[in-house]
Every structure is written in structure tokens, then in C-alpha cells.
Design a protein around this ligand. Structure first.
Ligand code: FE
Ligand code: FE
Length: 190
């Protein structure tokens, strides 16, 4: 594909994030199912609903551009989801798994934040003000999700992960040789 104009680049990036969002609609239910913490489960479920809305906003943009909604394989999202899957296959304690899921989800959010920020700017430069507004709405939701995940990591999940470690240190209730697999408590930083 030749790409001589900003509009062609804009379209190509829209196709990339369209595919990324669709990949995410398939991954989020698995993450919600794997999460133990109720608030985290709810956060993944809520973000699934938002993600479906992100897909339809992109479809509106394609329509305005007179283009068919079409995805172009987003290798970055594929890789991020693949890493998330590897995490879910780990034999981790519930709390550590939740912390790992949060980390994986935040990497996804940061990729989306970067992409939507770029797309919003392209839309502004191209004079597509309505499209810029739609992209900004999605960008804001991705940022809110990211912040919410940080709060969850700090407020409940990682705290529980650390408590799990403490219990072991005190020698209370050793759960069937799982101690070495628990690893370090994860701090909610990014
Ligand atoms: Fe999204
Ligand atoms: Fe997202």
C-alpha cells in the first residue's frame, strides 16, 4: 500500500486499532473469568462493554470516511494478549494472578492510549472535528480504565498478595508446596 498522505496513514492506523479492539473483546471475558477479586472482575466486564462501544465508534468513523470497516492485524495487541495468556497459564495464587492480570491489562490500556492520542491528533490536523471528538471520548475511557486498574492494584489486590506472603513467613497454613511459585508481591506502580 502506498502511503503518501496523512489521511492514508490515519486510515491505516484506524484499521490497526479496529483489529486491536476486536481482539480485546475476545480476551476480556477470559480475563474476567480468571480474576478472583470481585471488583476486578467487574472492572473487566465493564471495560468489555466500553470496548464494544469503542468498536462501534470506529465503525462510525469508517462510515464518515466512506470506507468499509476493516481491520489490519494488530501485531502489538496480539503480542500483549499472548503475554496475558501466558500469565493466565501460570500456577499462581489467586491474589498474585489478579495482580498479574492488572499488569497485563494496563499494558493494553497504554497501547490504546498511545494509539488514540495519535489518531485524535491526526483527525484534528485533517479537520475531521467530529471524528476527533469520538476518538477523544474513547481516549478518556481508556485513561479512566487505566487509573481504575491502578487503584484496584493499590487498594486490594496487591495488598492481599503481600498478606499471602506474610502468612507464609509466619509459617501459618502452608498451602501444599505453592510457596515458591508465589514470587514477589507486585507493587501497583507503572
Ligand atoms: Fe478500547
Ligand atoms: Fe481498552
Amino acid at each position: 500500500m502506498t502511503m503518501d498522505t496523512l489521511q492514508e496513514l490515519y486510515l491505516e492506523q484506524l484499521q490497526d486499532i479496529y483489529d486491536a479492539e476486536k481482539q480485546l473483546t475476545k480476551a476480556l471475558p477470559k480475563m474476567a473469568k480468571t480474576a478472583t477479586n470481585d471488583e476486578l472482575k467487574a472492572a473487566f466486564e465493564q471495560h468489555l462493554e466500553q470496548t464494544e462501544e469503542h468498536v462501534s465508534r470506529l465503525e462510525r468513523i469508517f462510515e464518515e470516511l466512506g470506507e468499509k470497516p476493516k481491520g489490519k492485524k494488530c501485531k502489538a495487541m496480539q503480542g500483549l494478549i499472548e503475554e496475558g495468556k501466558e500469565m493466565m497459564e501460570e500456577d499462581a495464587s489467586e491474589e498474585v494472578m489478579d495482580a498479574g492480570l492488572i499488569g497485563a491489562a494496563q499494558k493494553v490500556e497504554h497501547y490504546e492510549i498511545a494509539t488514540y492520542g495519535t489518531l485524535r491528533t491526526y483527525a484534528e490536523m485533517l479537520g475531521f472535528d467530529d471524528q476527533a471528538d469520538l476518538l477523544q471520548e474513547t481516549l478518556d475511557e481508556e485513561k479512566d480504565t487505566d487509573e481504575n486498574l491502578t487503584e484496584l492494584a493499590v487498594s486490594c489486590v496487591n495488598l492481599e498478595a503481600e498478606e499471602g506472603e506474610d502468612e507464609e513467613d509466619e509459617g501459618e497454613e502452608e498451602e501444599g508446596g505453592k510457596s515458591e511459585e508465589k514470587g514477589q508481591p507486585v507493587k501497583g506502580r507503572k
